[in-house]
Design a protein around this ligand. Structure first.
Ligand code: AMP
Length: 282
């Protein structure tokens, strides 16, 4: 694996390459969720690029940018073992030479709900960095986890609207054996918080199990509020059921309407998310 830390070196390395290139952008602190994306890229492409870049523009002022976990040596070892060809790990000044991003994106409807609404500016930051990385890496396929479902939809829309010749590929959520969706942020959780973090995946499962019986979103939200009383450490950010294709509100919860469950919750200061379709078991 070749380690590349500047834009210039990436351009030089990219210039001479032929064959299909797969790309997995990450913020590091890698776990088996990231590894599954990398495995898929290695299997489907001639070359795989991974980036590790903790992108400041996608963090809000009171979020965890400064304490975001960094495990670079372990990440390098994992990526080597998975057969990655190039690891691009630039610093902030390389990606944003003026210190701050100078171009912003306005995302229409897809940004107005869920994490786009709870974390103002977050999705703009994601589009800023991924658009830059796509221009530099020039991948044929780029792999994103469905844990960040809204992010995936927005990036797919970005690639389509900007006519980027890249296929944005969704990958299934990888979970811990007890159901918790893997996340770099899980390592922030204390013992009791880790136990109560199961609220998210258990709630989704319970909603799925009664899928034929729900008559409205309000009824599902009432159910969630009752469940929440058993998890005193959990502070619910949102529970929504939206059209999984457009993130628009739904008039009914039938399979034809593609209802998709989304949940976000805080355990202390750690914010976790999860999602699944109402009608397909995860
Ligand atoms: P991050 O490093 O958190 O920015 O994530 C980098 C990529 O890994 C994104 O496409 C995420 O959606 C994906 N990812 C993170 N956690 C998981 C997971 N548990 N299962 C599948 N993909 C994941």
């Amino acid at each position: 694996m070749q380690l590349i830390s500047t834009v210039e070196d990436l351009r030089t390395a990219r210039r001479g390459l032929t064959g299909k290139a797969g790309f997995v952008p990450t913020m590091g602190a890698l776990h088996q969720g990231h590894a599954s994306l990398v495995r898929q890229s290695v299997a489907e492409n001639d070359l795989t690029f991974v980036s590790i870049f903790v992108n400041p523009t996608q963090f809000g002022p009171n979020e965890d940018l400064d304490k975001y976990p960094r495990t670079f040596e372990a990440d390098v070892a994992l990526l080597e073992s998975l057969g990655v060809d190039f690891l691009f790990a630039p610093n902030v000044a390389d990606i944003y030479p003026k210190g701050e991003a100078q171009i912003s994106f306005q995302i229409r409807d897809l940004d107005k709900v869920l994490c786009g609404a709870s974390r103002p500016g977050h999705m703009n930051g994601v589009v800023q960095v991924v658009s830059i990385l796509f221009h530099l890496v020039q991948p044929d396929k780029a792999y994103f986890g469905q844990k960040d479902y809204q992010q995936f939809l927005i990036l797919k829309t970005m690639a389509t609207e900007l006519h980027m010749p890249v296929q944005v590929v969704p990958c299934p959520i990888v979970r811990e054996p007890d159901g918790l969706a893997m996340s770099s942020r899980n390592r922030y959780l204390g013992r009791e918080e880790r136990e109560q973090a199961l609220f998210l995946s258990r709630l989704i499962q319970a909603i799925q199990q009664q899928r034929g019986q729900w008559t409205s979103l309000a009824q599902i939200q009432e159910f969630a509020a009752a469940e929440l009383s058993q998890y005193p450490l959990v502070r619910l950010d949102y529970l929504e059921v939206l059209d999984g294709r457009s993130l628009k509100p739904l008039h009914d919860l039938s399979p034809e309407s593609h209802p998709h469950i989304f949940v976000a919750a805080f355990l202390g200061t750690t914010r976790l998310i999860d999602n699944a379709p109402l009608w397909n078991d995860r």
